[in-house]
Design a protein around this ligand. Structure first.
Ligand code: 5GP
Ligand code: MN
Length: 354
């Protein structure tokens, strides 16, 4: 963890000491790691520095994360899609901006130009490949780590306020960090490092209630989600001769099952449980494009496939992107053909020398 050194921690503490209006932001379609890291930092700033920050999001988080978001002070979460002026003035009026769990401004969608224009120093805390370090006054970027929440945990532990003692973290930060790490590792199924288990151990000792967190994350879905999962795995899943599993979820099916944000979370991983499947894709139709999620087994790069064929990127074995209509495919019904052709091309042209 090269970026967590005494020089960078000192820089961080100096910037924090001077800041009056810190803002915390994260990527669009915020997930558990995004909201977990943002709320944990919010509570740390409040307890360690007495500083009330604002969390600025592009769009609303899924309902299951209410248990974290509701711990934040009223009005301190500002959502661009719901109040553009407030989000814009929070960013332009800030004197210190934390960018959590994303590697480049465009990952925040509408906040991109606001972040470009904001004059405040910006601090990156991220675990994705290819971070745009030149945009930040201070970068904590580590790809060999489970999550932004884990990276933030190690940063906070190195501060003089926490000084390596996790029991000094506020309880709400303990819960948020544990949640972010748990969702990004798929409950310890992937991207688990020795440092991840050290963090989990320290947070459990500091009082994290894992049973409560798991119940909030995994046991609060609507019945529709399970019915949709059955339909997707039984009727929509296709597997190519190259060992690529894919599902195209069109708008009509999403309406039929009343799909909400977060309802398909985790489904893209499931086909990887089949022997011989190297990579799994889930495409969800949205307006003017499909959102693409890609997961791969070790030895196949989801990141490169997303970069080369799906206008995206991410991590080595978990990436995302989009398939644009009409730039990439003429109409939604051409998605399956595009996936088959391009993943075949990708696996034959790009993977053979890896
Ligand atoms: P998910 O499939 O869960 O939406 O995303 C998987 C991973 O890929 C996440 O770490 C996410 O940040 C990253 N990712 C998703 N979409 C994009 C994208 O369009 N561009 C890049 N660079 N990364 C993405
Ligand atoms: Mn993350």
């Amino acid at each position: 963890m090269g970026d967590i050194n005494s020089c960078n921690i000192q820089k961080l503490e100096n910037l924090l000491a001077e800041s009056l209006n810190p803002v915390i932001t994260t990527h669009m379609k915020p997930d558990g790691d995004a909201i977990g890291s943002c709320t944990a930092l919010y509570h740390f700033l409040l307890s360690a520095y007495g500083k009330r920050s604002r969390i600025v999001l592009n769009d609303r988080y899924p309902g299951y994360l209410d248990f974290l978001a509701s711990s934040v002070g009223k009005g301190d979460i500002i959502i661009y899609e719901e109040d553009k002026e407030k989000a814009a003035s929070a960013l332009s009026g800030s004197d210190l901006i934390f960018c959590l769990d994303f590697n480049a401004f465009h990952r925040t969608d509408n906040l991109e130009h606001l972040l470009e224009e904001a004059e405040a120093p910006k601090i990156l805390v991220d675990h994705h490949l290819n971070p745009a370090r030149e945009k930040f006054s201070l970068s904590f970027s580590e790809t060999g780590i489970s999550s932004a929440s884990e990276l933030l945990f190690h940063i906070l532990m190195a501060t003089s306020h926490i000084a390596g003692d996790a029991s000094r973290l506020p309880a709400s930060a303990v819960m948020a960090l544990m949640t972010g790490m748990t969702t990004d590792t798929n409950n310890f199924a992937n991207s688990v490092y020795p440092s991840t288990l050290e963090m989990a151990s320290a947070l459990l000792s500091a009082g994290a209630d894992r049973d409560y967190i798991l119940d909030r994350i995994y046991n609060q879905y609507r019945e529709n989600r399970l019915r949709l999962m059955g339909h997707m795995m039984k009727d929509l899943l296709r597997i190519t001769d190259d060992g690529v599993a894919y599902i195209v979820l069109d708008s009509r099916t999403q309406e039929e099952y009343d799909v909400e944000e977060g309802d398909t979370e985790g489904f893209v991983n499931m086909p990887l449980s089949i022997a011989g499947v190297r990579m799994s894709l889930l495409l969800k139709e949205a307006s003017g494009h499909f959102r693409v999620s890609i997961r791969s087994k070790k030895g196949t790069s989801a990141n490169r496939c997303a970069m080369l064929h799906f206008n995206g990127g991410g991590h080595e074995n978990a990436a995302g992107g989009r398939l644009r209509i009409p730039e990439d495919i003429a109409s939604p019904d051409k998605a399956a053909e595009y996936i088959e052709r391009h993943t075949h091309l990708y696996l034959t042209e790009n993977e053979k020398d890896i």
